[in-house]
Design a protein around this ligand. Sequence first.
Ligand code: CP3
Length: 356
Amino acid sequence: MTQMEFPPLKNDLLLKAAKGESIEQVPVWIMRQAGRYLPEFQEVRSKHDFFSVCQTPALACEVTLQPIKRFDLDASIIFSDILVIPQAMGLTVVMVPGMGPTLPKPLKDPTDLVRLVKPNVEKDLKYVGDAITLTRHKLEGKVPLIGFTGAPWTLMSYMIQGGGSSTMTKARQWLYKYPEDSHKLLQLITNVIIDYLVMQVKAGAQLLQVFESHGDFLNDELFENYSFKYLKEISDKVRQRLKEKNIPEVPMIAFPKGATMNSLEMLAKSKTYEVLGLDWTVDPIEARKRFGPEITLQGNLDPCALYASEQEIIDRTRDMVMKFGKSRYIANLGHGILPDIPITSVAAFIKGIHSV
Ligand code: CP3
């Protein structure tokens, strides 16, 4: 297939940092940069429910561009949600205000696996591809566009737990009680993710992030068996499929939030992803020491640090860049931005990064 024509990219700092090329300035973007802390986002959300915004390319494009218009960011990330995959696999997911994403009928035990359908990703998740293509045009090459997915374990745990949880015991129970069916479910999700990421690159995504947001529930053994195995398969097969289709490869970021230092080290040294995203509990100096010079690190200011004064945000941000070092580094928060963070604090964070 031939690649679509898009406006030429003017700011390639993120792509260069991801590939380990030398850069003039540290690139910065923010997880959940399109979100409730922006009044213009609230305005859109007051008229449309969450998943309608995801499913309507013009709206998804509009909110993706909102933070780019306001701030000096070096990347955009398509507005969507990781839970569009469980939806495409036949489960109902609703956004309950104050509770977050909820699945009213989660998978109770392996007999429920028959409820899942194998989606036709090009058709059922076409709205995400259309939003990506539209956004690539509307960005006019200002910054690159990141596509994303949830990782298999994170999606499996939502599908079983039915929503967020501080323990994830229903989901973790499966790993011990039904190991074979757990692998069966993870493999079904992995197959969908591979199709989904390839589709996103075809549509115009220039970098891909895989969110393993529930890494904090896995010890080293569980991480290796139930997370790493599939993260590696995703990276290997997405690259292979792109090659077969003559589509240029894109850099990939893994963000295993809350994973142990041993698990992070294993993932880093496996060289399956160009970039490793770190949450705010990981010490930058130790991370560099343990993960080696051949991986780009991304992160990791505590999202709550943005509640400090502007001067303190700038100081902490500059300190973070010094600790990571300016090469092979992408600045970000250690998790998504919180809904009540002042706009001025976000500007201070970005200013701090760009002032080093
Ligand atoms: O980063 C971006 O700007 C792109 C948009 C994005 C959203 N969700 C929009 C969103 C991305 C990358 C995600 C990924 C996502 N969704 C993850 C992985 C990242 C992470 O946080 O670990 C997860 C776990 C989800 C599931 C999910 N969706 C949660 C936990 C929530 C928060 C619920 C809440 O009430 O706080 C959502 C909702 C959501 N996704 C919002 C946004 C802007 C806010 C909801 C709203 O507008 O009402």
